[in-house]
Design a protein around this ligand. Structure first.
Ligand code: ATP
Ligand code: MG
Length: 576
C-alpha cells in the first residue's frame, strides 16, 4: 500500500477523552473511529489487525476441531425466556422490538442460540462430541463503556460452544479449548495468565479467565508464587482466621462511642485491633421488575473487605439486583443505624455473616443506636446469620488458600474466558440425546469466549512506548514500512519501488511511505503506527545502500538493498 493513496489520518494531539495508551494510540493512528459512546468503527489499519487476530483464532479453533458457523446478532426473546435469562440478564441486555411488537435482543453472547441449534440437529450419542464457534459482533449496553475497545457496547467476540455426552467429555473439550487459548494468546504476543474465575451470570460450575497482565486492566487477580494458585480476586477463596475455641465469652456490654462511625475511628477510640471488630455493609435488593425486594446486612471482620461477587452468589441473585441501601430508609424497616449497625438487633433483613466470624470471640460491633457500640459480641449467643459463608476478599499478603504462602495481586485485562456450563442450558431448553439404550440424557455443555477487539487493545497495552505502537509481527497491520526520504529523487524513488516490489513478491505486507512530507514527519508516523520493520531509503540509495531498523530496537543498521530485502523476508517468516 502506498501511503500517498491510503485512507489514513493520524493525529498529533492526544484526544481528551482517551485515558489509556491503547485507546489513545488507536485514535492517534486512526485505527478506530468513534460513532457513539462505546461504539466504534474500524479504519483500514485497525481492521487489518482485527483480521489478523481473527485468523489466529480461526486457525487454532479449527486445529482444535471446532467448526465455524455464523449466527445473527438478532436473537428472539422466546429463546432467552426458555433459558430464564430474559429476566435475569438485566439492563446490559440490548432489547429491541420489531414493527409487530415482537421482542428480540442484540446478542451479548449466544448460549441460547447454539443450544437451540443442537437440540434440533443432534439426537444420538453418535453425533457427540460437537464443538461449534463463530466470530461475530456482540452487544452489551454496558453501564460504563470506557477505554475505547476495552469496554465497548459493540464488540467482536469469538464464541465457541462444546456439546458432550458426559462430564468426562466436557473435561476433555474444556482442556482442548484451554490449550487452544494458550496458543492463541501466545501467538498474539501477549503475556497472560489463566486464572480461576467466577462463573457469573452465565452459570455452570467451573471457569478460567485468560488475563493479559497490564496495569490498566479491570481484572484484579490473586496468585501465589509458591504454588499454582491463581484466581480472580472475585473468585479467590480466603482462609478463615483461626477459631478462638479456648477463649471465654465475656458478658456483652454497650459502650458510648461518640462520632465513631468507621472501623478506624471506633478501634482507635476503644484502643482495640480492627481484627476484633465487625464491619457492617448494608444493601437493598430488587426483584425482576426492578421493585425493592428486601434488605441485606453483610458482616465481615473489621479489617476485611467485602467481596461483592461472593455476596451475590450467596444470595443467589444477579449482580445488578443489589445496591448499597439508603441507610435511613433501611433503618426504619430493619433497625439499622448508619455507622453504628451491628448484627445483634436487626430485623426484617437477610443477615449474611462471613464464615470466620462465628469462630472469633468477644468482638466489637455497632449497637444499632447512635454513638454506641457493643463489646464482647459472640456468635450464637448474641447474633446469628441467615447465611454464613466466605464473603471476604483475599487481600494481598494474606495466606494462599492452597499452600499458605503470602499471596500477590496483579492487574490484568480479561481477554478470554472458558466455562463449564454442564447441563444448565440443555435442561432448561431441553437439549437431550439418546444413548446406546435409547435413554435420554441432557447434553453436557461448555462455552468459550475471546474478546477479539479487546485483545487488540491488550496487545497495544503491552507493546508500545512514548512514540507509539510496537506491533508484534503476528498481528501488525503491515510487516514493513519503506520510508523514502525524498520521493522526488529519481534514484531514491526507483530503489524504494524495487524493494517494495520484491517484498510484495516475497509475500510481505508492505507500506510505502511515498508522501511528500518531511523525513521527520515520516519517521514520527512510522514509529506511531508501529510497523515492525522500517527500511529507510535515503542518500545511500545511489550506492545501493538502505538503513534497516526494527521498531522494537533502538539501533539501525546500514546494509545493501539485497541484504535488507533478505533480512526482512526472513524476519517476517520467523515471526509472523
Ligand atoms: P467483563 O467481566 O470484562 O465485563 P465478561 O466476563 O462479562 O467481561 P464474557 O461474557 O466472559 O465477558 O465475554 C467473553 C469475552 O468478551 C471477555 O473475556 C472479553 O474479552 C470480551 N468482552 C466482554 N465484554 C466486553 C466489552 N464490553 N467490550 C469488549 N470486550 C468485551
Ligand atoms: Mg468473562
Amino acid at each position: 500500500m502506498r501511503l500517498s493513496k491510503m485512507h489514513l489520518k493520524t493525529l498529533r494531539e492526544v484526544p481528551a477523552e482517551a485515558e489509556i495508551p491503547s485507546h489513545i494510540l488507536m485514535l492517534r493512528t486512526g485505527m478506530i473511529r468513534k460513532l457513539a459512546s462505546g461504539v466504534y468503527g474500524f479504519m483500514s489499519l485497525g481492521w487489518r489487525t482485527i483480521r489478523k487476530i481473527e485468523n489466529i483464532v480461526r486457525e487454532e479453533m479449527d486445529a482444535a476441531g471446532s467448526q465455524e458457523i455464523h449466527m445473527s446478532a438478532i436473537q428472539p426473546a422466546e429463546l432467552w425466556q426458555e433459558s430464564g435469562r430474559w429476566d435475569a440478564y438485566g439492563p446490559e441486555l440490548w432489547r429491541i422490538k420489531d414493527r409487530h411488537g415482537r421482542e428480540f435482543c442484540l446478542g451479548p453472547t449466544h448460549e441460547e442460540i447454539f443450544t437451540d441449534i443442537i437440540r434440533n440437529d443432534v439426537s444420538s450419542y453418535r453425533q457427540l462430541p460437537m464443538n461449534l464457534y463463530q466470530i461475530q459482533t456482540k452487544y452489551r449496553d454496558e453501564a460504563r463503556p470506557r477505554f475505547g475497545l476495552m469496554r465497548s457496547r459493540e464488540f467482536i467476540m469469538k464464541d465457541a460452544y462444546s456439546f458432550d455426552r458426559d462430564d468426562e467429555g466436557l473435561d476433555r473439550s474444556y482442556r482442548e479449548m484451554y490449550e487452544a487459548y494458550e496458543k492463541i494468546f501466545t501467538r498474539c504476543g501477549l503475556k497472560f495468565r489463566p486464572v480461576e474465575a467466577d462463573n457469573g451470570a452465565i452459570g455452570g460450575s467451573n471457569s478460567h479467565e485468560f488475563t493479559a497482565i497490564s496495569e490498566v486492566g479491570e481484572s484484579e487477580i490473586a496468585y501465589c508464587e509458591h504454588c499454582s494458585m491463581a484466581a480472580t480476586v472475585e473468585r479467590a477463596e480466603c482462609r478463615d482466621a483461626e477459631p478462638q475455641d479456648d477463649v471465654e465469652m465475656l458478658p456483652m456490654e454497650e459502650v458510648h462511642t461518640p462520632g465513631t462511625k468507621t472501623i478506624e475511628e471506633v478501634s482507635e477510640f476503644l484502643g482495640i485491633d480492627q481484627k476484633s471488630t465487625i464491619k457492617a455493609l448494608l444493601f437493598v435488593t430488587y426483584d425482576i421488575e426492578g421493585k425493592e425486594a428486601g434488605y441485606v446486612a453483610a458482616f465481615v471482620r473489621g479489617d476485611r473487605e467485602l467481596n461483592m461477587t461472593k455476596l451475590v452468589n450467596a444470595l443467589g441473585i444477579p449482580e445488578h439486583a443489589i445496591e448499597f441501601a439508603d441507610e435511613e430508609k433501611m433503618g426504619e424497616a430493619t433497625g439499622c443505624v448508619g455507622g453504628f449497625t451491628g448484627p445483634t438487633k436487626l430485623h426484617d433483613c437477610t443477615i449474611v455473616v462471613d464464615s470466620e466470624l462465628p469462630g472469633l470471640k468477644n468482638l466489637c460491633a455497632g449497637a444499632c443506636k447512635v454513638d454506641h457500640h457493643l463489646i464482647n459480641v459472640n456468635y450464637g449467643r448474641d447474633y446469628e446469620g441467615d447465611i454464613v459463608t466466605d464473603i471476604k476478599i483475599l487481600a494481598e499478603g494474606e495466606p494462599c488458600p492452597v499452600c499458605g504462602a503470602p499471596v500477590k495481586h496483579a492487574r490484568g485485562i480479561e481477554v478470554g474466558q472458558v466455562f463449564k456450563l454442564g447441563t444448565k442450558y440443555s435442561e432448561s431448553m431441553k437439549a437431550y440425546y439418546k444413548d446406546e439404550n435409547m435413554k435420554d440424557h441432557p447434553i453436557v455443555m461448555g462455552c468459550y469466549g475471546i474478546g477479539v477487539t479487546r485483545t487488540m487493545a491488550a496487545v497495544i497495552e503491552q507493546h508500545h512506548d512514548e512514540n507509539g505502537i510496537i506491533w508484534p509481527m503476528s498481528v501488525a497491520p503491515y510487516h514493513v514500512i519503506i520510508t523514502v526520504m525524498k520521493p522526488d529523487d529519481e534514484i531514491q524513488a526507483g530503489v524504494a519501488e524495487k524493494i517494495y516490489g520484491e517484498l510484495l513478491a516475497g509475500g510481505a505486507e508492505v507500506l510505502l511511505d511515498d508522501r511528500k512530507e518531511r523525513p521527520g514527519v515520516k519517521f514520527k508516523d512510522a514509529d506511531l503506527l508501529g510497523i515492525p520493520i522500517r527500511i529507510t531509503v535515503g542518500r545511500g540509495a545511489a550506492e545501493g545502500m538502505i538503513e534497516y531498523k526494527m521498531r522494537r530496537d533502538a539501533d539501525k543498521t546500514e546494509m545493501t538493498v539485497e541484504e535488507g530485502i533478505k533480512q526482512a523476508l526472513e524476519t517476517i517468516s520467523e515471526e509472523k
